[in-house]
Design a binder for this molecule. Structure first.
Ligand SMILES: [Zn+2]
Length: 125
């Protein structure tokens, strides 16, 4: 018998961060903020809650970056604050489902100000 459990991994997009010259590829970029997760899915049973890891702040071109632990979310909040215009721009191009998904992730992480900023003027409930 094989695979009663399977582990899925993925990552959630949290937003853009500061506009910087990447110290690795030397492009000028908006940093990206992601949060990886893993999820155990037993067959025929409802999947277990996602287990979220550290935040990843990385260059969007070469993907070089740093990890920031979940308990240092204030640092992540500051980084997101610097990139919120870029996040808003990309948010505006998302469809309704993607918007909901991003807002849900932001609220889960406690970045509620950013979620409110993005949702302002949008038809999102
Ligand atoms: Zn880079």
């Amino acid at each position: 018998m094989v695979g009663w459990l399977s582990i899925f991994t993925g990552k959630e997009f949290i937003g853009y961060g500061s506009f910087v010259e990447c110290s690795h590829c030397h492009n000028k970029v908006w940093l990206e903020v992601w949060q990886p997760y893993s999820q155990t899915r037993p067959y025929t049973i409802i999947p277990l809650p996602k287990q979220y890891g550290s935040f990843v702040v990385r260059c969007r071109i070469c993907h070089w970056g740093v990890n920031i632990r979940k308990k240092e979310r204030d640092r992540v909040r500051d980084i997101l604050e610097e990139g919120k215009s870029a996040t808003k721009e990309s948010f505006a191009r998302m469809d309704g489902k993607e918007k909901q998904h991003l807002l849900k992730n932001l609220n889960r992480c406690g970045f509620t100000e950013l979620a409110r900023y993005l949702a302002f003027g949008e038809q999102v409930t």
